[in-house]
Design a protein around this ligand. Structure first.
Ligand SMILES: Nc1ncnc2c1ncn2[C@@H]1O[C@H](COP(=O)(O)OP(=O)(O)OP(=O)(O)O)[C@@H](O)[C@H]1O
Length: 255
């Protein structure tokens, strides 16, 4: 999947422009940037839900082979669907009604529930689960579709540190073992830092792309933000400070 000279604007506001991006099989790409920098919109462009304002998207992956973990929205408390049925929808959601091989579906679902640590609540209605528990199910559901490309929008949100590591390692395993291309939007780079091949950093209408070492350093981020941003490496963690407030929205006049 690739973007050639991709640009996305809303009104007069350009979120990003001139983006050439190849998303390669078996690659783990992290997408970083402040609130409103256009990370979720980028995933929607890759999914074909949002048209580019300029440039071209080349996608040679069938829709059902695109796994998507949307930005977290909790299920309504009265949602009766059980946890394991939600994950099963990932396996055969696009063939709903003709579930031919029940035993295989059960095996896949059980395996994924175990991997995300959700076996204990497999039969609980999803509306009764905590935000983090629901989030782990969404990740299992996206994995269940056997994706060639996995697009994750802040999948670590509301997870405790242990489950952040569990989910990061699981996504990495899928990437390495099945050659799935991963696009991982996150505000928390550290849990995925050992796995990330490249970082796309969006800021104030500009971007940088490269290895974590190339992008996550004082010089590059200071240039990107046009101010002093300090990046310190401590053991295997990155600490970033001095990121300026995000530019404000242009108010559109409404009569
Ligand atoms: N359909 C739309 N029409 C107008 N503006 C939009 C639309 N969709 C998104 N935007 C604006 O584009 C900007 C980028 O939104 P996006 O959700 O991509 O940001 P993000 O980087 O994912 O932010 P966050 O970290 O807060 O999730 C936001 O300021 C948002 O208001």
């Amino acid at each position: 999947m690739s973007l050639k000279g991709g640009g996305l604007s809303f009104g007069h506001r350009a979120l990003w422009q001139g983006l050439d991006l190849d998303i390669r099989p078996g690659e783990f790409l992290a997408v970083l940037g402040a609130n409103g920098s256009g990370k979720s919109s980028l995933l929607k462009v890759l999914l074909g839900l949002l048209p580019l304002s300029e440039g071209r998207l080349e996608r040679h992956v069938p829709r059902e082979k695109l796994g998507y973990v949307p930005q977290q929205k909790n299920f309504a408390p009265d949602t009766a669907l059980r946890a394991r049925d939600l994950v099963a929808l990932g396996v055969d959601g696009h063939r709903w009604g003709i579930r031919r091989d029940r035993r295989r579906v059960h095996q896949v679902v059980d395996g994924l529930l175990e991997k995300v640590g959700a076996l204990d609540y497999a039969r609980v209605p999803v509306g009764q689960l905590s935000g983090g528990e629901q989030q782990r199910l969404r990740i299992a559901q996206a994995m269940a579709s056997d994706p060639q490309v996995l697009l994750c929008d802040e999948p670590l949100l509301s997870l405790d540190p242990r489950h952040q590591n569990v989910v990061s390692a699981l996504v990495n395993q899928r990437c390495r073992e099945a050659g799935t291309a991963v696009v991982f939007v996150t505000h928390e780079l550290n849990p995925v830092l050992p796995y990330v091949d490249r970082v796309l950093y969006l800021a104030q209408g500009r971007f940088r792309i490269g290895t974590p070492e190339e992008v996550m350093n004082t010089e590059t981020l200071s240039e990107l933000y046009q101010g002093h941003v300090e990046v310190v490496r401590s053991h295997d963690r990155l600490l970033v400070s001095g990121i300026p407030e995000q530019i404000h929205h242009e108010q559109e006049e409404v009569d």
